[in-house]
Write a protein that binds this ligand. Structure first.
Ligand code: PGA
Length: 253
């Protein structure tokens, strides 16, 4: 399946940023996208506290919403956690699982990430499964081994183009302003595409979208999005301001 056949996705991950005042950025984005013919899907993943409110504003503009994490169980004594079903109930259609900040700061293993991705599917959500190597792993020449292991361990039991997206985010590129070269991006994405065929089966895997994430900005988006096997972006810092986020979405206008 040619890259053009996979509809790109540009998703913003607000992380732990934004209170009610941040809603104005979604309203602005909605205004900016009005009447624009896009060649990609657009999504915003705010903190849980804003998920319902953002979903209401975004839905009118055809912008999808997602959470940044979910618990693997549907309910129970898990103080402070949020189930995938609750995310869905807020009007969201996506959930990010296995972001490197969750893997590092909350000790999430591949098995935990897989359980969360399965929970997303149980709730009727699309799972954005994140993976990526650390700087030490890259320097040691272990990048492809690391992402293979993460992909194999974190991929949900059934991964279909409609319900699963993979986001390659080198840990050393997140929030640092550093990005891999286009050749490095294409190498990892090409490898992941081949690994998906091996793990999930050829026909099915060809439709799965592979996003790149890590210091995507308006200035480098078009270039990064044109790299081999890149089907969109997962954007952190530059998704907080509508004008910056639009600058990235423009890669698909
Ligand atoms: P960044 O974050 O765009 O701020 O580097 C990306 C991410 O963590 O998803």
């Amino acid at each position: 399946m040619a890259k053009a056949v996979r509809r790109a996705l540009v998703a913003g991950n607000w992380k732990m940023n934004g209170a009610t005042a941040q809603l104005k950025e979604v309203r602005l984005l909605a205004q900016m996208l009005e009447g624009v013919r896009l060649n990609c899907d657009v999504a915003v993943c705010p903190p849980f506290t804003l998920l319902s409110a953002v979903s209401r504003v975004a839905a009118k503009a055809g912008i999808a919403t997602g959470a940044q994490d979910c618990h693997a169980e549907a309910s129970g004594a898990f103080t402070g956690d949020v189930a995938a079903e609750m995310v869905k109930d807020c009007g969201a259609s996506l959930v990010i699982v296995g972001h490197s900040e969750r893997r590092t700061l909350h000790g999430e293993t591949d098995a935990v990430v897989k359980a969360k991705a399965d929970a997303a599917h149980r709730a009727g959500l699309t799972a954005i499964v994140c993976l990526g190597e650390t700087l030490e792993e890259r320097k040691a020449g272990r990048t492809l081994d690391v992402v293979s292991r993460q992909l194999e361990g974190s991929l949900p039991s059934v991964a279909l183009p409609a319900d699963t997206v993979i986001a390659y985010e080198p840990v050393w590129a997140i929030g640092t302003g550093l990005t891999p070269t286009l050749k490095e991006v294409a190498e990892v994405h090409g490898h992941l595409r081949a690994e998906l065929a091996r793990i999930a089966g050829g026909q099915r895997s060809r439709g799965l979208r592979l996003l790149y994430g890590g210091s995507v900005k308006p200035a480098n988006a078009a270039e990064l999005m044109a790299a081999g096997d890149v089907d969109g972006a997962l954007v952190g810092g530059a998704s907080l301001k509508a004008s910056d986020f639009l600058g990235i979405i423009k890669a698909y206008m």
